[in-house]
Design a protein around this ligand. Sequence first.
Ligand SMILES: N[C@@H](CCC(=O)N[C@@H](CS)C(=O)NCC(=O)O)C(=O)O
Ligand code: FES
Length: 149
Amino acid sequence: MFQSALRTPLRSSGALFPLSRCLKSQTFRRFLSQESRTKIQAAVTEYPVVLFMKGNPEQPMCGFSRGVVKILSAFDIPPEKFKTYNVLEDLELRTGIKEFSEWPTIPQLYVNGEFVGGSDIALSMFQSGELETLLEQHGVIPKASESPS
Ligand SMILES: N[C@@H](CCC(=O)N[C@@H](CS)C(=O)NCC(=O)O)C(=O)O
Ligand code: FES
């Protein structure tokens, strides 16, 4: 199994950690129906920033989800560019998004249709400035050089 996992071609999309995700894919690629996959694919591409979380931004139901909401609130993301899904209201989504992203936990942050990570990754990318750059690159927020001072 390990050998065949290593032979699996690396996917180009969302490959922050291509090899580890590639190995994980052996565990996750099992239950997601084509219909659910299509729905999730549409959901992650419909808005530039999509957050799968527990609760909603006004009332997060978990500290990890609250953390990502707080990080994102540091940027002035226009509401029309940001959508959240409450996985506590949708068991199929709660399970499906894990398999879709090949990531076992909630929250899950997507930017421009690409999986970014959970709260630990969001925090470290926030602290390093990478998250801001990513949001700028995809036109979610204006480039710092273009912002009115
Ligand atoms: N260290 C993780 C924390 C996220 C986490 O552990 N989430 C758990 C508890 S909220 C989870 O999603 N468990 C599966 C579930 O509740 O469906 C991260 O970086 O996002
Ligand atoms: S709901 Fe308990 S840690 Fe997230």
